[in-house]
Design a protein around this ligand. Structure first.
Ligand SMILES: Nc1ncnc2c1ncn2[C@@H]1O[C@H](COP(=O)(O)OP(=O)(O)OP(=O)(O)O)[C@@H](O)[C@H]1O
Length: 838
């Protein structure tokens, strides 16, 4: 027994000795080197065989013993007798030319033994054998048909196996077998190379398709440019008409005085209008560095979107950088073009709009003389002497600018406003005392034959055509006949008021039309609210191009007040989700966001999307506020306060500018206001914070106030048939499959917040659990229990609270509860509501 144990021990020791010997690095180097040198020797011999094999044939056919012992037998192979013998054995009797692979195999085995770490050595060995056999078969197959002298390229193995296969499955069958086995070898043996090949082929076709697309876009751009060029001369003519011909000096000053005055006035006037119309404009570019006010706004905006916890910042930044890098690697090189979905979209041509004849409206010299004399006379009655008077003829009013004699108080002239109006026997006299920055006094007197300002003219104007505004609007002409344009995105919202029949609807149409002329459907969406049901219905045909609506809404134009509340709240959700996207993208506003998206720096897989501007148009706000009150006021105020950075802008119109309609909250958030003629001075004060709108002459005559500046503008006239033609032109083109969908909004009464459970005593994990449930779309107690490692009772309480908040449905026995909220955006809104209410 003991002896047996001892002998086993000895065997073990011997085994470990021999293994130990092999593990000795010196041995490994020597053995590895032997393998490698032998592989080189074999390679040289095999190569030599193809030159000397024929001559050596008869010699190596001798008996092995003689071959080895007789030094007189001399062969030509560089590996001499052994080399000649091995080559003949490997090439002719075994595997043919593929035997070269044995050299490779011996070499890498040698390397492996020497300790050189080789990746997947085992796989390489197996693959080498498989290749030896396959190549041998292939060459055997080919040289079955072609004679090849003394060499069998496929070796005896290739020759005989193919011979047998041919008799068994036929030549074609053998060929198929070879091809299929080749594919299998490629697929399993050279996976990476195979994938690379596939990727290369795919990339080749993708490049081809991309080049094709680029050529197509270039062709379209060239065509669009040609089209623009043909339209250009018309615009230029339009603008050359705007010479200050309409300025007429009617009295007193000498020629020199007049010219110096005009130059001075023009420069001042230009400054004023520039500031109001286009803010700061350099070389027609409106790319502005943000001013302090903007920054403050954005700071406030971003503050309301929950700043990230400081601990998380570092990690978030790292994750973002990584994501940015990944995004860069994965995204295509070309810029994203939002217009590509509707790449054939044509902007409406100018000839859809009418050109209203303006000849009849010229103010005659007699009219000017008469008015001037009356003004001078009237003022003289009140002992007000003037030194200069100058007239500027506008489309509806003529501005008489007077320079009073030294020592005359401006307030005195202002107090005489009514008397002068009476003496001039015309409605709509407005006294501007003094004209800001000019030191003169302006008296605006309506023209006897007012001119109709054509929408076509202002749209065609160079100023509008070349504007680079985000939301360009051409609203009419100023007193000096300049087109009045502005960027709605900078306003950022508009309050429009005017008594009935004074041109409000025409004004709204002018705003919408100018946007339709400049924006692609991918860049702009309208939300239209029309309680009067008739004013905006004209736009319903462009639903699939330019309108946005709630997912369950049948009509895109909202006429029902209940729907308005839902839509405004939905816009708040859209606003919040846009802020989230901005935060994720580390940008401050929609412009920067879209720029980043276009440059493909934002990955759509992370929820990023191109954001169109949204313009909300409410035609009769008074109706809404009367019926829905706070319910509409709150979301409107919220959007007005916050939405500018995310590209949501509002235009709210009302017939009744009384304080119960235009409340302090609304007013505070709408710094830009447009007043058509209103009934009383009180109304004018409500809308503009100053009188003046009551003295307008109607029919599109309006005052626009922004940042305490006031401009009188004649609104461009665009008639219903013109709007019809424009919308029809758009509607006839291919649109999106449906209107732009706003996020779903579920009101508290609809979502049925359950009052049995006290949401004021929410579990600290309530919000996290809600996110888990919505993200996984699983409303089970056990999943909450598992995820947060809490007891069943606590998890049950949380699920009851989720039910109370309308996030999951009621208990359904053994089945998991239904999750009622489809996505995180909707959830965040509900969480916010719950937080506010409890
Ligand atoms: N810019 C304009 N130029 C010339 N005429 C105009 C202009 N704007 C309005 N008008 C004239 O005034 C009429 C009434 O205009 P509009 O329908 O816009 O008024 P409104 O203020 O919208 O009235 P309501 O509030 O009752 O709808 C128009 O039909 C048109 O004849």
């Amino acid at each position: 027994m003991i002896t047996r144990i001892n002998s086993k021990k000895n065997e073990k020791t011997r085994g470990s000795l021999s293994l130990g010997f092999l593990r000795d690095p010196r041995t490994r180097v020597v053995v590895g080197l032997i393998f490698m040198l032998f592989s080189v020797y074999l390679f040289v011999s095999l190569a030599g065989f193809f030159f000397t094999g024929g001559m050596d044939q008869s010699l190596i056919d001798k008996e092995t013993r003689e071959l080895v012992t007789n030094p007189d037998i001399v062969v030509g192979n560089p590996g001499r007798k052994l080399g000649a013998y091995l080559s003949d054995l490997l090439v002719n009797r075994w595997f043919g030319v593929s035997s070269f692979i044995f050299c490779y195999l011996l070499f890498i085995i040698g390397l492996g033994i020497m300790g050189r770490p080789l990746k997947s050595l085992g796989k390489k060995i197996i693959l080498s054998f498989v290749l030896v056999i396959w190549i041998s078969l292939l060459l055997g197959y080919i040289f079955n048909f072609v004679p090849s002298g003394y060499v069998f390229p496929g070796g005896a193995h290739g020759y005989f196996v193919c011979f047998w296969l041919n008799s068994f499955i036929g030549e074609i069958g053998t060929l198929f077998l070879l091809l299929v086995s080749f594919a299998v070898i490629l697929f399993f043996g050279f996976e990476n190379a195979f994938n690379k090949c596939v990727t290369m082929v795919k990339a080749y076709f993708a490049r081809k398709a991309q080049r094709k697309e680029e050529r197509r876009m270039a062709r379209e751009a060239a065509a669009a440019q040609r089209e623009m060029k043909t339209e250009q001369p018309e615009n230029e003519t339009e603008d050359t008409n705007l010479s200050p011909e309409n300025e007429i000096i009617t009295e007193a000053p000498t020629e020199d005085e007049f010219y110096s005055y005009v130059t001075e006035k023009e420069s001042i006037e230009e400054d004023d209008t520039e500031e109001i119309t286009s803010l700061v404009t350099v070389n027609n570019q409106v790319e502005l560095p943000l001013n302090d006010e903007d920054r403050e706004d954005i700071r406030q905006d971003t503050e309301t979107i929950t700043p990230p916890a400081t601990d998380d910042i570092e990690l978030t930044v790292m994750a973002d950088k990584l994501e940015e890098q990944l995004t860069k690697n994965l995204m295509p090189d070309t810029e994203y073009d939002p217009t590509l979905d509707l790449s054939n979209y044509q902007y409406p041509p100018l000839d859809l709009l009418e050109e209203y004849a303006s000849n009849a409206s010229k103010v005659t010299a007699e009219e000017l003389e008469e008015n001037k004399n009356t003004i001078v006379e009237t003022l003289r009655q009140y002992k007000i002497e003037i030194t200069k008077i100058k007239a500027t003829i506008g489309p509806t009013v003529t501005l008489y600018e007077i320079v009073p004699a030294p020592g005359i108080k401006i307030s005195k002239i202002k107090n005489l406003e009514d008397d002068i109006a009476l003496s001039l026997a015309a409605l709509g006299i407005r006294i501007i005392a003094p004209i800001p920055g000019a030191g003169t006094i302006g008296i605006e007197v309506p023209n006897q034959k007012p001119e109709i300002v054509s929408m076509r003219g202002v749209i065609a104007s160079k100023k509008f055509q070349e504007s680079k505004y985000a939301l360009p609007v051409a609203l009419g002409r100023t007193i000096s006949n300049e087109p009045y344009t502005f960027d709605l995105a900078k306003m950022p919202h508009l309050l429009v008021a005017g008594a009935t029949g004074q041109g409000k609807s025409v004004g709204l149409n002018a705003i919408i039309t100018s946007l339709l002329y400049k924006k692609h459907p991918s860049q702009l969406k309208f939300v239209m609210v029309d309680p009067k049901k008739v004013e905006l219905s004209i736009y319903s045909v462009i639903e699939k191009h330019f309108l946005a609506k709630l997912p369950d809404a049948e009509e895109a134009i909202i006429t029902d007040n209940d729907k308005v509340v839902a839509t405004l709240n939905s816009l708040c959700i859209e606003m919040d989700s846009r802020y989230d996207l901005l935060k994720l993208a580390h940008v401050r506003n929609i412009k920067e966001y879209n720029e980043k998206f276009v440059k493909r720096q934002l990955n759509p897989n992370n929820g990023h999307r191109y954001l169109p501007y949204i313009v909300v148009v409410v035609d009769e706000f008074a109706d809404l506020i009367m019926t829905a009150g706070k319910e509409v006021e709150q979301p409107i105020a919220r959007i007005a306060q916050l939405a500018r950075a995310v590209g949501i802008h509002m235009i709210i119109a009302t017939q009744r500018p009384s304080t119960n309609i235009i409340t302090g909250v609304i007013k505070a958030n709408f710094p830009a206001r447009v007043a058509f003629k209103v009934a009383s001075m009180i109304d004018s004060r409500t809308i503009l914070d100053s009188p003046g709108a009551n003295q307008l002459i109607g029919r599109g005559d309006m005052l626009i106030s922004k940042d305490s500046e006031m401009v009188r503008v004649q609104c461009a006239f665009v008639d219903t048939p013109e709007v019809d033609a424009v919308t029809k032109f758009i509607a006839d083109q291919q649109g999106y499959p449906e209107a732009y969908m706003l996020p779903e909004y579920v009101s508290d009464t609809e979502n049925g917040i359950n009052s049995d459970v006290d949401l004021g005593m929410k579990d600290p994990l309530f919000e996290e659990a809600a996110r888990l449930v919505v993200n996984t779309q699983q409303g089970s107690t056990s999943s909450i229990q598992r995820r947060f490692s809490i007891g069943y009772n606590r998890a049950g309480r949380i699920i009851d609270q989720l039910e109370a908040a309308g996030i999951v449905g009621p208990f359904e026995g053994s089945k998991a509860r239904q999750v009622l909220i489809p996505d995180e955006y909707s959830l965040e809104h509900i969480l916010k509501t719950v937080q506010e209410q409890f």
